[in-house]
Design a protein around this ligand. Structure first.
Ligand SMILES: [Zn+2]
Ligand SMILES: [Zn+2]
Length: 375
């Protein structure tokens, strides 16, 4: 399951962790894996392939549940073993669609129920995952209880025999484990297209002084070193800052502009919420064709990343790409070239030279250079 670069160990005060077995250089891919199980986020049910997560407008629909969508016959075939039983549940509940966590948990349950003896290793590792159930507030436990009721309804009677689940993996503790150990699957622009359970990755601890980052491409998740990691050093990653476009963008813009204005003199932009507001405001301005203001927000966000996040940070690279695209579009070619160059220098390390985003930056950079007459 694990490559030879890392091994599990007990990290002081943190429980399970992963540590380096050898020296790992900045920019090296440490570990890469596919999810044990995953599902498409509700907002992307109609626009992302339920097998490879590729985004597209003309996806074909599963004729049974009319919910699952695929970009190709091959993808549909590949997804069928994991979709088969879920398909019946979706069909029965139409037009209602359960939340992401309930759909994900259902897929995990079906997988566990159909698992053979030879898959025991993976199975044990789910049972070993921390559920944090004991530390949960009553409120949160109650929330889990509600989710379980929804789950039972969704599963229906014909699929509801949960007594066959492995010991210790009743729905409530499974749900608790899943909510604690899931990773968002982001696309290039960092929108959360799906959510997945990556067994080996869940052993990782996160840290504000990370030595690696987690990058997704399709549903594959790759852990990459952003600085030199010495043998036996714990491997710790940083969270990506999430960005989500909303249909209430315009109202939100008014709201966030008012908030930003109010906080300008009081709170430096370091505040994570202010950073999110800046990002949202930038998105909103772009969709309103106000590029000048969008750029101002983008530059402010960049300053914040530079000041308060360890470098190289993947989120800063994506922000640089966004700002660069804006500058490029506005004809500010030299500035755009500068932004793309900085983004490329970070992404070479955080994303690797083959990642789709790194390729996009490289392409944008050469476009700029061509337009500036440098090539
Ligand atoms: Zn596909
Ligand atoms: Zn279906």
């Amino acid at each position: 399951m694990m490559t030879m670069n890392i091994e599990r160990f007990v990290s002081k005060g943190k429980g399970n962790g992963l540590r380096a077995l050898r020296e790992i250089k900045a920019g090296e891919a440490i570990h890469s894996c596919e999810p044990y199980s995953f599902c498409i986020a509700k907002d992307f049910l109609k626009t992302a392939c339920h097998s490879c997560l590729k985004r597209g407008e003309s996806l074909s629909r599963c004729s049974q549940c009319k919910t699952a969508r695929y970009c190709s016959v091959q993808c549909q075939k590949q997804a069928w073993p994991d979709h088969k039983r879920e398909c019946k549940c979706l069909k029965r509940l139409q037009p209602r669609i359960p939340t992401d966590s309930v759909r994900l948990l259902t897929r995990i349950i079906f997988k566990l129920l159909s698992q053979s003896e030879s898959d025991q290793e993976e199975l044990y590792s789910i049972a070993e995952h921390q559920s944090h159930l004991a530390d949960m507030s009553e409120e949160k436990k109650e929330g889990l209880g509600h989710l379980c009721t929804t789950l039972q309804v969704y599963l229906g009677e014909e699929n509801g025999d949960l007594s066959q689940l492995p010991p210790g993996l009743d729905p409530i503790s499974l749900l608790a484990r899943v909510t604690c150990n899931c990773f968002s699957i982001s696309d290039g622009e960092l929108q959360d297209v799906g959510v997945g359970l990556y067994l080996s990755m869940s052993l990782l601890n996160h840290d504000c002084q990370p030595n690696c980052v987690m990058i997704s491409e399709g549903k594959r998740l790759t852990l990459r070193a952003v600085r030199l990691i010495r043998p036996c050093e714990e491997v710790q990653y940083t969270y990506f800052l999430k960005r989500r476009l909303s249909s209430f963008l315009i109202e939100l813009l008014k709201e966030s502009q008012a908030l930003l204005h109010r906080y300008t003199d009081v709170v430096p932009d370091r505040n994570i919420y202010v950073l999110r507001l800046l990002d949202l405001s930038m998105d909103a301005c772009i969709s309103l064709d106000d590029y000048k203001t969008a750029l101002e927000y983008g530059n402010r966000a960049l300053e914040t990343y530079k000041l308060y996040y360890s470098d190289p940070h993947p989120s800063r690279a994506v922000e640089l790409l966004r700002v660069g695209k804006l500058q490029h579009y506005m004809g500010r070619l030299e500035e755009a070239q500068g932004s793309f160059t900085q983004a490329y220098d970070i992404m070479k390390v955080t994303h690797g030279t083959d990642h789709v985003l790194t390729n996009e930056v490289r392409r944008k950079l050469s476009e700029c250079q061509a337009e500036l007459g440098q090539v």
